[in-house]
Design a protein around this ligand. Structure first.
Ligand SMILES: [Zn+2]
Ligand SMILES: [Zn+2]
Length: 279
């Protein structure tokens, strides 16, 4: 402890904690978070409690099943990685293959899980959350987590069996993608620009609002990483873009108010007196 104090390390930690705490307080008190929240009145303690319970139980079960499956497949040589240095474009192709194949896997299985009896048996737990937050990401029936998370070992196994084991760079990108994308789509806040769903280049990629609406309106917006299958199959919610624009409007209004400056005479008592005398 003393060594840490002498080295100045504690000051660094203190500064970091202070910085993060201040940022959170400012974000709350100025209304920044509320302005960027997709469902401003959506937070419920009861929902959060249920999510925490499912996350703990489901997390253990999923980690046990997927952890052992990965370990066994690797130890028997079904999953291998190419640790030799590879060209950037090969890593990009491997990652893109994973990204779009997983998106296809997720879309169709997700749509399937909205049909009975699969909905009641598997997917209903995740839909207890009507206004997603970060914890909603892991508030999932373990069976559903295994179905979704199981795509990674299947992909790595198939690549190994066809003689193209995934390179180390692509593997390092693929492994955390599911959890990062999960947190992103369940964030409950929208920070992406208004043009995101209008531009030909970006409208294919999901936003937090897109998946948030799946939780709120249920039978629309099934995509996990992209909006491609929803656009092809006509399952994008008709009012999705209108509501996305409304969130952008609310956000823009907050920024407009932040930068709106009152006339200097109103701010300065001296000028205010001078103004009054001149009248
Ligand atoms: Zn669903
Ligand atoms: Zn979800």
């Amino acid at each position: 402890m003393l060594r840490m104090i002498y080295s100045g390390e504690w000051l660094m930690h203190l500064w970091l904690i202070g910085f993060v705490a201040s940022a959170i307080v400012i974000a709350f008190s100025t209304g920044f978070l509320r302005a960027h929240k997709i469902q401003p009145r959506g937070f419920k303690w009861k929902q959060l409690g249920f999510e925490a319970l499912v996350a703990v139980i489901g997390g253990y079960v999923t980690a046990f099943i997927l952890g052992n499956a990965n370990r066994l497949l690797t130890s028997y040589g079904f999953i291998a990685f190419d640790n030799a240095p590879v060209a950037w474009w090969r890593a990009a192709i491997e990652y893109a293959a994973y990204f779009f194949l997983f998106d296809t896997w997720f879309y169709w299985l997700h749509r399937g899980m909205h049909k009975e009896p699969f909905y009641s048996l598997i997917h209903k737990i995740h839909h207890k959350s009507t206004s997603p937050n970060l914890l909603t990401t892991v508030s999932v029936n373990p069976l559903e987590s295994v179905i979704n998370g199981g795509f990674v070992p299947i992909f790595l196994t198939v690549m190994t069996l066809v003689g193209h084991p995934v390179g180390a760079v692509a593997a390092a990108l693929i492994l955390p993608t599911n959890i990062v994308m999960g947190l992103y789509v369940h964030a409950g806040f929208e920070f992406l620009p208004r043009w995101w769903h209008k531009s030909w280049a970006t409208k294919w990629f999901i936003t937090s609002t897109f998946h948030d609406q799946h939780h709120k309106f249920f039978n629309w917006n099934f995509g996990g990483y992209t909006t491609i299958w929803d656009r092809i199959c006509g399952t994008t919610r008709a009012k999705f873009e209108t509501d996305y624009d409304k969130i952008c409007d609310r956000r823009a209004e907050w920024w407009r108010k932040l930068f709106a400056r009152k006339p200097s005479s109103a701010l300065s008592p001296v000028n205010a007196i001078a103004d009054a005398e001149a009248m």
